[in-house]
Write a protein that binds this ligand. Structure first.
Ligand code: NAD
Ligand code: MG
Length: 356
């Protein structure tokens, strides 16, 4: 078991526990930071049949009074309608300001629960119990919460930090290889940004047997960045490495290409562009591309630079004429660069050059 502490804005801090068996002991762990109260566990139709009863029992045994709320699995549950129904469910259960929401699931459940917890009664506490690798290494840490609007992803939300994060690595065993690869893309991204040890697990280790290390390395890096810049005015933008092309790729594929797989292509593109522009040694670039491919992730982009740049510009809603792009300088260090939106096409073109 690994225990890390994230210091949230305002000096508050919260524990992030990663280890085997936590779904059985979460009641005890949570009762060490919150007095027994009413809790609402929020989960989805894939996760609930696997893990909800174990978590419910653990919390009940620790003295909590437990309600549950299960939503349909999938991104569709990050909607205003599902969010509204969850708020009504909190009210129906007579949850008060001192009660607790528990997000048991992937990033969809974490984002939905965090947003509802942040709004209900102007904010109640919540904990994250991530059950996907993507959520464990990324979504569950850092306090970004949101639902989607018709106009786009994550357009309604707020910053609301959890009071604890409990990741039972055993629950990740029931993910598909595709879902594991989605999480791997964000972990590799973190390695390139600032953690060569994490990168090397993906470059020549066996990440599936080192999940505790993978998650704690990723959490350590993200915690450091979030502590320094909780609301993304500066260094937190680094976490967007590969994401400008990725968002365009997801949209152009009508979301058939999943986020993690799109991020992998985005990482490959920013790597090639960084080599072409002389920021990154070509052998380090080759190592990054090999590492992405070694972990069952794509490095070839099926779209053209021009159409991607157009989509990316719409994505930014003309709010800004400039955009911050992130480029690797070596494995473990990246640079932020502000460029004009009009320069995106050339950047993407550099990122596509020489791909197989
Ligand atoms: P997800 O929550 O939809 O989970 C993926 C699939 O795996 C779902 O079908 C789910 O039911 C299933 N699942 C979850 N845990 C399982 C388990 N242990 N065993 C079997 N099946 C399981 O998606 P995700 O990839 O975890 O997260 C994606 C979401 O996270 C997106 O909405 C994205 O916007 C958001 N996100 C948020 C942040 C943030 O900082 N808040 C960061 C990254 C991503
Ligand atoms: Mg991402």
């Amino acid at each position: 078991m690994k225990k890390q502490i994230l210091t949230a804005p305002g000096g508050e801090s919260y524990p992030i526990l990663t280890g085997s068996g936590l779904i059985n002991t979460c009641g005890q762990e949570i009762s060490s930071i919150v007095k027994p109260c009413r809790v609402m566990i929020i989960s989805d139709t894939n996760v609930a049949p696997l893990y909800l009863e174990i978590v419910r029992k653990s919390l009940a045994d620790a003295g909590f009074s437990v309600n549950t709320h299960v939503v349909s699995a999938g991104e569709g549950s990050k909607s205003v309608a599902v969010f509204g129904a969850l708020l009504e469910s909190f009210a129906e259960a007579k949850m008060t300001r001192t009660d607790l929401a528990v997000a048991l699931g992937g990033g969809v459940i974490g984002d939905l629960t965090g947003f509802a917890a942040g709004c209900y009664l102007r904010g109640i506490r919540f904990v994250q119990m991530p059950t996907t690798l993507l959520s464990a290494v990324d979504a569950s840490v850092g306090g970004k919460t949101a639902v989607n609007l018709q106009h786009g992803k994550n357009l309604a939300g707020l910053f609301h930090q959890p009071i604890g994060v409990y990741c039972d690595v055993d629950t990740l065993q029931t993910l598909t290889p595709h879902e594991m690869a989605d999480g791997a893309a964000e972990a590799i991204k973190t390695g390139i940004l600032g953690n060569p040890d994490l990168f090397s697990i993906y470059e020549n280790g066996n990440p599936l047997s080192e999940l505790e290390d993978v998650i704690s390395h990723a959490v350590a890096y993200k915690s450091m960045i979030v502590t320094e810049d909780p609301e993304e005015h500066g260094v937190r933008k680094l976490l967007n490495l590969g994401h400008t092309p990725a968002h365009a790729i997801e949209r152009m594929s009508n979301f058939v290409i999943s986020h993690g797989h799109a991020v992998a292509i985005g990482l490959a593109m920013m790597t090639r562009a960084a080599v072409k522009r002389g920021y990154l040694e070509s052998d380090e670039g080759t190592r990054i591309l090999h590492t992405i491919a070694r972990n069952n992730l794509p490095v070839v982009c099926p779209y053209q630079a021009k159409e991607m740049a157009e989509i990316a510009a719409i994505d930014k809603k003309a709010a800004a004429s400039q955009i911050t792009v992130i480029l690797p300088e070596k494995i473990g260090r990246c640079r932020m660069e502000k460029i004009a939106i009009s320069e995106l096409e050339a950047l993407f073109a550099d990122g596509l050059e020489g791909q197989a």
